[in-house]
Design a protein around this ligand. Structure first.
Ligand code: 13P
Length: 250
């Protein structure tokens, strides 16, 4: 049995003090939902104050990007060790980083290596754009993203990986991917490459999330799918609606 997993990707929202206020609003109502693994992925500047707030809580904390070098002259970058002092998770390869910040499959792989070797848990994102979807390239694109992301990642590190399928056209648009369709894509473009690279046993334990316009009202449709284990939530993670989504997973 894979434990359901719901992560909020706060993106570039909330100053440190606003983040504390949101955590204080959400945390008490999430406290008894312990059958779900819950993670807040907050801006770097909110990691320290939110970590203090979550000290006695089972809720996990994560960042939204990480550099692949351990340290050095990389102005503006943040290393895995810096994140690890506060949180356990990092999102890697989100489509907004691929689209706006020159993220490639190769840099996703480098970040995966660095984060996992340092001891972070990774939420790695894959997904096709609208154009790729319309050209029926979904399978080809995601299979490629998967194969390169996991290049040279040892089987022993897979226990620290969660994969998120986020169709780019569904993010922030209100046009969520049909749940059955998302399940199919996850089965054939995410779970299948994992089987090919690591074998049947690896895929049984691998948690795969759906992300893209998940709401309180549609979350359950995804969670009842056999190949979907939870959600990576954007907009709705900044509202009390997030509690509804976690409840649906529980
Ligand atoms: P929305 O839930 O706002 O569509 O964002 C999804 C997302 O990008 C999570 O990483």
């Amino acid at each position: 049995m894979r434990k359901p997993f719901v992560a909020g990707n706060w993106k570039m929202h909330k100053t440190a003090s606003e983040a504390i206020a949101l955590v204080d609003e959400l945390q008490p109502k999430l406290a008894d939902l312990t059958s779900v693994e819950i993670v807040f992925c907050v801006p770097f500047t909110a990691l320290c104050p939110v970590a203090n707030r979550l000290k006695a809580s089972p809720i996990g904390l994560g960042a939204q990007n990480v550099h692949w070098e351990n340290q050095g002259a990389f102005t503006g970058e943040i290393s895995a060790a810096m994140i690890l002092e506060f949180g356990q998770y990092v999102i890697i390869g989100h489509s907004e980083r691929r689209t706006y910040f020159c993220e490639t499959d190769e840099t996703v792989n480098k970040r995966m290596q660095a984060a996992l070797n340092a001891g972070l848990h990774v939420i790695v994102c894959v997904g096709e754009t609208l154009e790729e979807n319309e050209k029926s390239q979904t399978e080809e694109v995601i299979t490629r993203q998967m194969r390169i992301a996991f290049n040279d990642i040892d089987l022993s590190l897979l226990k620290d990986v969660v994969i998120a399928y986020e169709p780019v056209w569904a993010i922030g648009t209100g046009l969520a991917c049909d749940a059955q369709k998302a399940n199919e894509i996850i089965k054939y473009t995410i779970r299948k490459p994992i089987i090919e690279m690591y074998g049947e046993e690896a895929v049984r334990d691998m948690r795969v999330l759906y992300g893209g316009s998940v709401k309180g009202s549609n979350a359950k449709e995804y969670f009842v799918q056999p190949d979907i284990d939870g959600a990576l939530v954007g907009g709705a993670a900044l509202k009390p609606e997030f509690i509804e989504i976690v409840r649906a997973a529980a």
